[in-house]
Structure formats: C-alpha cells, structure tokens
Write a protein that binds this ligand. Structure first.
Ligand code: SF4
Length: 340
C-alpha cells in the first residue's frame, strides 16, 4: 500500500510537455507511480481536481550551497517559494578544490562536499556546475598545453571505457579546433566524422545543443516505438527514419525525449501496462488484449475476458506473434523482458 494517492491532478512533469490528467502514488517520500490509481491503494488520498501537481522548481542561479553547511534553515526562503533544487556554481565552484583552497575549506572532491552537506542536513537538492577553467587548473595548472590521455582518464573513469573515451575526446576536441575553428558543426556528416561521435550522439548534440532537428534513437526509443507500432525492427537508423517520417521536424527531439522517458519509467523491458496512459494506442497491448480475450472465450470463460494487465504476465501475451492476424502483428513486437 502506498503512503499517499493524489487523484485527478493536472500533472506537469517538468519535461516541457503539456500537462496531463492522472493520479499519483507516493511511497517512502518518492513518486511510486503515475497513471490510473485507485484512492483505496493509499493510506491517504487527496482529490486534486482542478489543481496542478508539479515537481519542485529549480533555481538555475543558485550560486552556492555552502551557507547551508552553517545553517540549513537558511534554505527556508527557497523552499517556501517551491524551489527544491538549486544549480550552484557559476564563475567558481565549491568543488573540486586543490592545495591551500582545499585545506581551508575542509574538502577536496565533489563527493566530500556532498557528504558534508548531507551530514549538515542539506534540506534541498543541489546540482553543482563546475567551470572548465577550474578543472583545467587542477589537472594541468596554468601551462598552455593539451591534457594528455593519462591526465584525462581519471576525469571520466566512472563513465566506463575511459581509456578509449579519453583518446576519442582529445581527438574530437583537436578535430573541432583544426577542422572547424573551435565551433561545433551543426551538420550530421561533419559531427559523425569526429572521433568517438556516432549518429545517436550527433542527434543529441543537434537537437539539444544546436537547435537543429534531430531524433536520437537509443534502446528505449527502439523498444517503445516497436511496441507502440510506430516503427519496426532493431536497426536504429531505419527506426530514426521511420519516426522522422511520422512527425514534423520541430517535434523530433521532443519525441525522442518522450519515448526515452516512457521507456525508462513505464514501458520498461518488463512493461508496466497497467499504469500506461497510451495503452489504448499501443499495438503490443492491443495484440495481447485481443489474444487474451480469444483465449478466454475459447476456454469458455468469455465473462472473465477483461483487459490484459501487464502483457508480460499473461500466457496469451507471451504467445503474441503466433497464428492469426493479431499474431502476425505481434511477431514484430519485442518480447517483454528483452533488453536493449
Ligand atoms: S501499453 Fe505496455 S507495451 Fe504498450 S507502450 Fe504502454 S507499457 Fe509499453
């Protein structure tokens, strides 16, 4: 049972998408589910008809969180305005620090700063922006030279494949300076010619950084677009082409974002169809639903043939892809549980 159910709310999810009507379940201080949720599922219920439920606001010019080390209550003026996250750091950052500055502050790494804020009772979320000059000075000082791959590797160690990535990053930055005068080209061919840059990354850069329509296709976009019946197959470039042909260019990047978020939160490898707001439009769900109804009729249980819940949990759904027109449609659907 959840702690709280907020029903009939206009939910603004913070992605920039228009509001939508839904219920929300809160458990252990976190959003547990968004969708159609019975009030009885929670210990408490609030009817939010006519009201907006939105994530906390972000103060993009939050400057610094270090005052909260001294007095966490000083965050009250922000919290009382609905600000739950600050973006700290501008010209200078509170971390990382080195040398005398680190000794004076009492921390060196970002992890150490966050640990201090946590133990002081930091009452809100913080994102710390770090200026590139600060990082450069810590790694190579004031010398006018390139960083070596060995100096770069520790900076990106946690991302995995750090050795190959550090070489690619230096190659990419060098190519940007030498071939493009230090500017990032707003062109797919030029971007994918850069070391370490593939089509997905190029589309992210085009769509999110350069304002040029681009539709990044990752494993979530592949899975969700196949299940919805918008595209077919696992070839990312073909799926990108198909999705682009369905939408006006100005919606490509936002569509990719929506499919990625839906794939992460609802249409996971094991899909949460019970809470999915687009199930009426979903080829996979319709196929599973129809097959379950047929199976129930065949077993003389027509009266119990209801909506399929989570296709991954039904025998009929697991057989999607076999015999009959629905099966034909199902044959190209990704099976629940399959990872990309
Ligand atoms: S109904 Fe299920 S399979 Fe279809 S999009 Fe929603 S979660 Fe995914």
């Amino acid at each position: 049972m959840d702690d709280l159910i907020i029903t009939n709310a206009r939910i603004v999810d913070g992605t920039g998408a228009p509001w939508f009507l839904a219920d929300m379940a809160i458990a252990n201080g976190r959003i547990a589910a968004i969708g159609r949720i019975a009030p009885a599922q929670g210990k408490r219920a609030i009817d939010a008809t006519g009201l907006v439920v939105a994530p906390g606001f972000i103060d993009m010019m939050g400057q610094t969180a270090t005052p909260f080390l001294e007095n966490p209550n000083s965050a009250f003026n922000l919290l009382s305005q609905g600000i739950t996250t600050i973006n700290a750091g501008e010209g200078g950052s509170s971390a990382p620090l080195a040398g005398e500055q680190a000794t004076r502050a009492g921390w060196s790494t970002m992890r150490q700063l966050f640990a201090k804020l946590d133990s002081a009772g930091m009452p809100m979320n913080m994102v710390q922006t770090v200026g590139h000059t600060q990082l450069r000075e810590i790694v190579i000082g004031d010398k006018d030279r390139q960083a070596t791959p060995e100096e770069l590797e520790p900076q990106i160690h946690s991302t995995g494949f750090f050795r190959a990535k550090s070489k690619a990053l230096i190659g990419m930055a060098t190519a940007l300076v030498q071939a493009h005068g230090g500017s990032v080209p707003a062109d797919m061919d030029a971007l994918t010619a850069l070391p370490g840059v593939g089509r997905k990354t190029a589309n992210v850069v085009l769509g999110h950084a350069l304002g040029v329509p681009g539709l990044p296709v990752d494993r979530h976009v592949l899975r969700v677009s196949n299940r919805l019946g918008l595209a077919e197959g696992e070839d990312a470039e073909k799926v990108e082409g198909r999705l682009c042909s369905l939408l006006p260019a100005e919606r490509w990047t936002r569509a990719s974002d929506c499919l990625i978020l839906h794939g992460r939160r609802v249409c996971k490898p094991k899909p949460l169809c019970d809470t999915c707001l687009v199930r009426e439009h979903c080829l996979f769900f319709r196929t599973a639903d129809a097959q379950q109804a047929r199976a129930a009729r065949g077993a003389g249980k027509a009266g119990t043939a209801g909506r399929a819940g989570t296709p991954g949990k039904t025998a009929a759904a697991s057989k999607a892809g076999k015999a009959g027109p629905a099966g034909k449609a199902g044959a190209r659907l990704m099976k629940p549980g399959k990872k990309r």
